[in-house]
Design a protein around this ligand. Structure first.
Ligand SMILES: [Zn+2]
Length: 367
């Protein structure tokens, strides 16, 4: 009897608390949402396949123009924005090219510009030392005092470890085949279990990168478990297949990404106010050569300068009057960091980028 009574009391307490918390949250709801962001990069994906689907039908063994990301197209057309489309006869609203913020179209300088918002002049290879530039992660942890557990990266390629943070190196991460860092052993156990699988199931056609499916599985689990302020997932399979001249393999990675993106959107829908406050930004570190030069990317292949970005602002962000895509005749990698900051409710950092643009600007504008 006594036991029963305390159970009832506990139930009342729960109901009361629940009402109290949600009431309080409703009162405190800010007009300009302070949001969360999921950043995703797909290594070495051309704007051509993003906006016009299958390009080389013979190599692909299927019809030219078949969409590789049909669900993403629908979602972005309805609720988001795309950048980097140069054609009038394909999907998307803006028609301005987007270009890298370095001179050589390789990965490390590309990722450096994405995360720090600078035009990368010095780093011209993939073996540069740790970034000397403040990144968006540095800002979150050192300036905004965000709990390092709310700032997490899951990456298939270890190169990114030198790009993430200039400073603290305290943000959570699982990079390629390294150990999970930043969590207690108990917290990291489910991620270690996925990594154990990844370690016995390594790609055999190329060395040194984790299959993207494991990176996604970990990132997705982290999203549900920790509700991060900033979650970064770095996928590399498109570039790996492309270097192997495997066009069907490269195309398949985009189809995989289409279904992963849908999973993320569905998960956010099931996460209540956190989900309604979370935006997704997708981009690439560099493009690739034109036509049959698709396996290559570097300064010699001009088309590898062209990149793209997809932005899905959070549900709360979309409710703001006057939200629109920024208009310009050209967008750059250095515009990504200000976009991430804007979507997290932060004033975009004023960074002198050193490139053609004086400084980056958010791809999303609110009037
Ligand atoms: Zn490459």
């Amino acid at each position: 009897m006594h036991h029963f009574k305390s159970k009832i009391l506990a139930l009342f307490a729960l109901l009361f608390l629940d009402g109290f918390i949600s009431g309080k949250a409703a009162l405190a709801a800010p007009t300009a949402p302070s949001g969360n962001v999921i950043l995703i990069t797909l290594d070495g994906v051309r704007y051509r396949e993003i906006f016009k689907g299958v390009q080389m039908s013979k190599k692909a063994g299927e019809k030219k123009g078949s969409s590789l990301i049909p669900d993403i197209e629908k979602i972005i057309q309805a609720n988001g924005f795309s950048f980097g489309n140069k054609w009038k006869d394909s999907w998307g609203k803006t028609r301005s090219p987007m270009v890298i913020s370095n001179k050589i179209a390789l990965s490390q300088p590309g990722y450096t510009s994405i995360l720090s918002g600078v035009f990368e002049e010095k780093c011209r290879e993939n073996g540069c030392p740790n970034t000397p530039h403040e990144t968006v992660i540095d800002r979150l942890i050192l300036k905004e005092k965000t709990d390092p557990k709310k700032v997490a990266t899951f990456a298939s390629w270890d190169l990114i470890d030198r790009v993430l943070e200039k400073g603290a190196q305290t943000a959570v991460r699982s990079i390629e085949f390294g150990p999970v860092r930043g969590l207690t052993p108990q917290e990291s156990a489910p991620f270690d279990a996925i990594q154990a699988q990844a370690l016995v199931d390594r790609p055999t056609r190329w060395g040194g990168s984790r299959w993207d499916k494991y990176t996604f599985e970990m990132g997705h689990l982290y999203l549900k478990t920790f509700q991060p302020k900033f979650l970064y997932m770095m996928f590399v399979e498109p570039d790996e297949y492309a270097h192997k001249k495997d066009y069907p393999g490269y195309l398949a990675t985009l189809r995989d990404f289409n279904s992963r993106f849908v999973q993320l959107v569905d998960t956010l829908k099931s996460m209540g106010s956190y989900g309604a406050n979370t935006s997704i930004v997708v981009t690439t570190d560099h493009g690739r050569g034109r036509g049959l030069l698709f396996p290559k990317h570097s300064r010699e292949w001009l088309d590898s300068r062209y990149i793209w970005a997809l932005v899905l602002p959070s549900e709360n962000f979309r409710k703001q009057a006057g939200i629109r895509a920024t208009e310009d005749d050209r967008f750059f990698h250095v515009d990504i960091r200000p976009t991430l900051e804007k979507l997290m409710g932060l004033e975009p950092s004023k960074i002198s980028t050193g490139g053609r643009r004086k400084s980056g600007r958010s791809l999303v504008t609110v009037d």
